[in-house]
Design a protein around this ligand. Structure first.
Ligand SMILES: Nc1ncnc2c1ncn2[C@@H]1O[C@H](COP(=O)(O)OP(=O)(O)OP(=O)(O)O)[C@@H](O)[C@H]1O
Length: 237
């Protein structure tokens, strides 16, 4: 299981989030802008220190007695904008990540899984946004993380690139737990095995029948997509 119970304030923003989900599949963290999605991921990573407990499978990263620093947490972190080393090729970027890690990983399998076999010799400045994000995902998988934290990884990509990456992320979720931050209802419907809904720094649980009245500013299609994602997971968002 992944167990998170975090409470505290970051720059005046109060976060209070407790959840427990299986350590497998894609867990979406959904909420409007400013609801605290990134802050929650950063706190799970240990990039900001809040009070509470974080357990990923057998590894307790944080509780009342300990706080494991970020560099000792086996985390993969994928951001909206991948930051690759621009003077290196794709292979060079992956080698750099590989040699810095002590993890025993199957390089060829990760390259195939992320669909970058044909890109290894290319300079990263010559890649499309979707290709760059694939390389960023491959790079983070090379560190053999216990959990993959993804913060709006598709939001700067066009439709085709998004559509190409969704099955890649879904497949990763079959072997590695993924915490997936997004405000895009359609992405979540395609990807999520379960959905956590964040509002003003708190996880909220409202009946699915209240969904349409609870969330303002979303189109009917977005609301329906989220409701379907919630129903698919058998939980309420
Ligand atoms: N270091 C900080 N200092 C001051 N305020 C912060 C800091 N980090 C986050 N905040 C504030 O906390 C709130 C939550 O921010 P956060 O980025 O977690 O939200 P979000 O749901 O990820 O938003 P978005 O979807 O727009 O990325 C915002 O009001 C933000 O301004």
């Amino acid at each position: 299981m992944i167990e998170v119970s975090l409470c505290g304030s970051v720059g005046g923003f109060a976060l209070d989030a407790t959840f427990s989900v299986p350590a497998q599949g894609v867990t979406a963290i959904w909420g409007p802008s400013g609801s605290g999605k990134t802050t929650l991921l950063r706190a799970i990573a240990g990039l900001v220190q809040l009070n509470g407990r974080v357990r990923i499978g057998d590894a307790v990263w944080q509780d009342d007695a300990r706080f494991t620093p970020v560099h000792q947490r086996r985390i993969g972190y994928v951001f909206q904008e991948p930051s690759l080393l621009s003077h290196l090729s794709v292979q060079g970027n992956l080698d750099y990540a590989r040699y810095r890690s002590d993890a025993a990983v199957d390089f060829d399998k990760i390259v195939a899984q992320t669909g970058i076999d044909g890109l290894l010799g290319r300079g990263v400045t010559k890649l499309s946004g979707g290709e760059r994000q694939r390389v960023a995902i491959a790079r983070t998988l090379l560190s053999a993380p216990d959990v993959l934290l993804m913060d709006e990884p598709l939001s700067s990509l066009d439709g085709d690139a998004k559509a190409g990456l969704i099955p890649v992320i879904a497949a990763i979720g079959k072997t590695l737990p993924v915490l997936y931050v997004s405000h895009d209802a359609f992405e979540i419907e395609r990807l999520a095995d379960r959905v956590l809904r964040l509002s003003k720094g708190r996880l909220i649980d409202v009946p699915e029948t209240d969904f349409a009245t609870e969330v303002e500013g979303l189109s009917e299609a977005e609301l329906k997509a989220l409701a379907r994602a919630a129903l698919k997971a058998g939980i309420r968002v």
